[in-house]
Design a binder for this molecule. Structure first.
Ligand SMILES: Nc1ncnc2c1ncn2[C@@H]1O[C@H](COP(=O)(O)OP(=O)(O)OP(=O)(O)O)[C@@H](O)[C@H]1O
Length: 131
């Protein structure tokens, strides 16, 4: 594990702009390192583009945006937990296994909610166009 002297870390009294930059760096790292993150963002973009042609109401848009954002946030949290576990141990440990499996479950149940919401909102509209 690479480490750094605490004195080399950025000062706590940094500017808001720097805090924003670090947060964006976090999103970029998660996106680069997590294949599932890229898959979920691509799926969200696909649903967004599809929805542009389906004449959604404002409430329907809000639901889709909310559940898509939730999946994104949970994927970020999952990535944080995975990295923390890897920081704590690089050996097999049953608790590390449980923690990682449960962190993955958080994403899975949220993605399930997003899929259900998508089906409830989009499927009737798609079927109407096809029939
Ligand atoms: N240190 C460990 N000790 C025990 N089991 C582990 C450990 N690290 C990973 N695992 C097991 O391997 C699985 C996959 O872990 P990994 O770190 O590869 O996540 P991942 O598959 O990359 O997750 P994601 O697909 O969300 O990125 C975990 O869910 C867990 O069951």
């Amino acid at each position: 594990m690479d480490s750094q002297d605490k004195n080399d870390l950025p000062s706590k009294n940094r500017k808001y702009r720097d805090s924003f930059r670090y947060a964006l760096k976090g999103v970029k790292t998660a996106f680069q390192e997590e294949r599932n993150m890229r898959t979920h963002v691509l799926a969200g973009l696909f649903i967004f583009i599809l929805s542009l042609f389906l004449n959604l109401t404002r409430d329907e848009w809000l639901w889709l945006i909310l559940v898509s954002y939730l999946v994104f946030v949970m994927e970020l949290i999952n990535t944080v937990i995975e990295n923390l576990v890897d920081l704590v141990t690089d050996r097999y440990h049953p608790i590390a296994e449980k923690v990682k499996d449960m962190a993955a479950a958080v994403v899975l149940v949220t993605a399930g909610l997003a899929a259900l919401t998508g089906v409830i909102i989009l499927l009737p509209k798609i079927l109407k166009i096809l029939m």
